[in-house]
Design a protein around this ligand. Structure first.
Ligand SMILES: Nc1ncnc2c1ncn2[C@@H]1O[C@H](COP(=O)(O)OP(=O)(O)OP(=O)(O)O)[C@@H](O)[C@H]1O
Length: 389
């Protein structure tokens, strides 16, 4: 699929108190036509600044913005206005004008694009039908719920048939149920109208529910990007790992630790289901080690599953030979899953704390497809079966 948006080596430097602040540093992004592309990262990572370069609300200090194969970085005046009318923007705080009606809020966007007055009402009705709010056409924003306000702001953003919709934390001010409704609406707009969506969020469940590709930002730099399934399934950068740990990961309760047989704790991450049972039994038989499954969790990305298991690998014999076979078994396990690492209980605690700031408000799955198997404590065969069931 062709790129509809290319950000080529884009940097944005602000001046703050006389000192330069590099909000975005050499970011390169390719957004394919018709996809939902997401950007995640800590507060202050540069996500908003990067997205605002797409319609040149922020002008790159260096690098190029290419829309539909055309370098638009230097556009000004009428050409810039035309570019912007083809790119809708949805904000976290809705940005509706309070003292005019829903119809008038949308009419402003049509007027700005020189749509004749006689055609505006029909277009407004069509847009409100699309977002399911026909009956609110003459209401004022203060008479609407948060979700309804966001629907109006989406209708307004779509008024001039944009091919691109930019959403900056568009669901962050909404409760979980309303978030689901808005995500379903955006998915429908993406699928039925073919609108390409670039979406910033700090909500992990939003990311995994709707993003086709995702970029992870930190300190102005894109540290990792790819398909959402690959990036979250095999995270390579520490920040991504931390995000994934917090939501797909599992922590071993401290009180369990003294009860564990000696051995090494390994976290295994696999993509798609069903691959584990034969792997565990195969490795434990071939290497003559015991592999106890302590904890497991499966998260769904659309229809694709990413699973996590924490296993304790123990030697069946004492001494150097035992340590050697445990290492060989761990090497074999590691080579046959998407991602693996050795755990300590303290490490789990640290990770939990470090990512709270990013995905602070996501206790439950937005798409309702998460399943968790909390089997800590039952660290023998039964746990294994529960996790894989
Ligand atoms: N107009 C500006 N002038 C000076 N510094 C700015 C300006 N806009 C943003 N910054 C700085 O640039 C950095 C990136 O900000 P940005 O808002 O893009 O991050 P973000 O990842 O979107 O964060 P958040 O999720 O908190 O909005 C921050 O350090 C911010 O303080």
């Amino acid at each position: 699929m062709a790129d509809i948006i290319t950000l080529d080596d884009v940097s944005v430097v602000f001046e703050s108190d006389g000192r330069p602040v590099e909000a975005v540093s050499h970011a390169t992004v390719h957004v394919e036509e018709g996809e939902i592309f997401g950007i995640v990262g800590f507060s202050g990572a540069g996500k908003s600044t990067l997205v605002r370069t797409i319609n040149l609300l922020e002008r790159p200090t260096s690098g190029h913005v290419i829309i539909d194969g055309r370098d638009v970085t230097a556009l000004r005046g009428a050409a810039l206005r035309e570019l912007r009318s083809g790119i809708g923007f949805v904000f976290q705080s809705f940005n509706l004008i309070d003292n005019v009606t829903v119809a008038q809020n949308i009419a402003f966007a049509l007027k700005a694009a020189h749509v004749p007055k006689a055609r505006r009402r029909a277009r407004i009705e069509e847009l409100l039908r699309l977002v399911g709010l026909e009956e609110k056409i003459d209401s004022y924003p203060s008479q609407l719920s948060g979700g309804q306000k966001q629907r109006v702001s989406i209708a307004r953003a779509l008024a001039n048939h944009p091919r691109i919709l930019l959403c900056d934390e568009a669901t962050s001010a909404l409760d979980l149920e309303t978030t689901e409704e808005i995500l379903a609406l955006l998915k429908r707009i993406n699928a039925e109208l073919g609108v390409t969506i670039v979406f910033i969020t700090h909500q992990f469940d939003v990311a995994k529910a709707i993003f086709d590709h995702v970029a992870v930002m930190e300190h102005g730099v894109i540290v990792e990007q790819g398909t959402t399934f690959d990036v979250f399934g095999s995270p390579r950068h520490e920040t991504t790992r931390a995000l994934v740990e917090r939501y797909l990961g599992v922590a071993i309760p401290k009180q369990l630790v003294p009860q564990l047989p000696s051995g090494r704790l390994i976290e295994l991450r696999y993509k798609d289901e069903g691959a584990f049972e034969p792997l565990i039994s195969d490795v434990s038989r071939r290497f003559e080690v015991s592999i106890n499954v302590l904890h497991g969790n499966v998260g769904y990305f659309g229809t694709q599953a990413i699973g996590t298991l924490v296993v304790l690998v123990s030697a069946r014999q004492e001494g150097q030979r035992g340590a050697f076979v445990v290492q060989a078994a761990i090497d074999e396990l590691t080579s046959r899953v998407a991602d693996a690492r050795e755990l300590s209980v303290a490490l789990n605690d640290d990770i939990g704390a470090s990512v709270d700031a990013i995905f602070a408000d996501d206790a439950d799955g937005v798409d309702g497809t998460d399943t968790s198997a909390h089997t800590a404590g039952a660290h023998h065969g039964n746990a294994h079966k529960e996790v894989l069931a």
